[in-house]
Design a protein around this ligand. Sequence first.
Ligand code: LLP
Length: 431
Amino acid sequence: MHSFRYVRGKLHCEGVSIESLVEQHGTPLYVYSQETFAGHYRKLDEALKPLDHLICFAVKANSNLAVLRTLANEGSGFDTVSEGELRRVAAAGGDLKRCVFAGVGKTEDEIAFALKRGIYAFNVESEPELLRINRVAAKLKRIAPVAMRVNPNIDAHTHAKITTGTYENKFGVAFEEIEGIYGRASRLKNLHLRGLQMHIGSQLTEVKPFEAAVRKVAPLVDLLSKRHGFEFFSIGGGLGIVYDPALASGTAEWWNSPAARKLLTPEKYARTLIPLLQPLGLKILIEPGRFIAGNSGILATRVEYVKQTGRKNFVIVDAAMNDLIRPAMYDSYHEVVPLRKRTGKRIASDVVGPICESGDSFCKNRPLPKVAEGDYLALLSAGAYGSVMGSTYNSRPLAAEVLVNGSQSQLVRQRQPIQKVWDGEKIPSWL
Ligand code: LLP
C-alpha cells in the first residue's frame, strides 16, 4: 500500500500535488503520507490479530514528532535506542510504558532516565549491561524490567551492514549463553525478567530467516518462560519493502503490480510465524521500522543542471548524500521519478548531488525521462532511514519535512536555517 501516485500527470501524495509543496516549501523536501504510515501499521496489526501482540515502531527509522504522533494515535508502542528517542516519543504524546529500549551502549544516565519514566522493558545486549542496569535500579530503588537480546546466529541474507543476527555482529548474546545468563540474572534483586528479544536484520524480503530464527529460539523461550515467568517474546523488526521496480513491473506505478504484492507481506509473515508463536502463550512484540515508514515518504529535489559529457548524462540535483545517504552507504536502490509524468525516450542518467564526493550519487546509468534545469524529481521509498540519517556535511542545512493528510499538508520540520548549521561552535579566546 502506498499513497504516492500520478493524478492528471502530476505526482501526488494522497490528495496533494507534490509540485505545490515544493513551490511552497522549496527543496530538498521530504514528503510523508499520514495515511500510508497508519495504513501499514493497521495492516500489520490486523495480520497479528490472533496473537496477544504489541507493535513497537522502530523510532530510528523515522523519528519526526508528527510521524510518532500518527503512530501513537494508532496505539503503537515504540522501540527506542537512546534517551533522545525516548524523549521524542514522550514529546509526541507516546506512552513510555509501551516502549522498549535497545542498543549495545546504554549509559548510566540513559538507564536511569528510562527507569524513572517507567518503560516496558530494556532489551539487554550483554551481561555487563545487565549488571549495570541492576546497579542503577538498586540506586534508584526500582525494579528494572529486562529482556536479554538473543543472537540466534541465523543469516538474514540481507546487506552486510544491516544484518545483525550472526556471531559476526556486535548485537545480543550468543544463543548458547542465554540460559546461564538468565540463571545468574534471576539472583539479581533489582531485575524483573520480563521476556526475551531478538532481531536478525533489516530489509528481509523472505520469510525463511524469520521462520528459522523463531523455530530455533521458541523452545528456549518456552523453557525460560516457565522458569522465570516471562510476559513477552519480541521477534524484532526487519520486514522488507519493495524498493526496486525491476523486482516488480518496471512502471512508475510498480507498487500496485502483482509482482510487488508477491513479496513478503504481513499476511505471509503472520501465516508462517503465528503457529510457531501462539503455543508460547506470551505477548508477542515486533519492532518494525522500514515496513511502516519506508514507502510512506519521498524526497523531492530540483534539477539544477544537466551536464552531458562524452560518456555520461549527469542530472545534478539539489538533494545530496547528506539528505539521503542510503545509496552512498549501502548502494541502495531508490526509484527516481519526475513530479510531472513524462513519456518518450529515456536516457541513461546518473542522478547526483552537489557534494564533493564521487559517492554522492543516487543512481547510475538509470534510464530516465529527459529532464531539464528547474524540473523536479522524487526519490521514492525514502520514509525510513532517510531524514533521520541526514547530516550537515558540506555545511548543507537539514532538509524540511511535510506531512500530508488527505488534502491537507503541514510543515512538520522546518528547513534548518543556514546559520544554525554552525550554531554552538566557538572560536577559542586565543584566536
Ligand atoms: N529492532 C532493532 C533492534 C533494530 O536494530 C532495528 C533496525 C529494527 C528493530 C528495525 O528494523 P526494520 O524493521 O526497520 O528493518 N540504516 C539502515 C537500516 C538499519 C537498521 C538498524 N536496525 C538502512 O537504511 O537500510
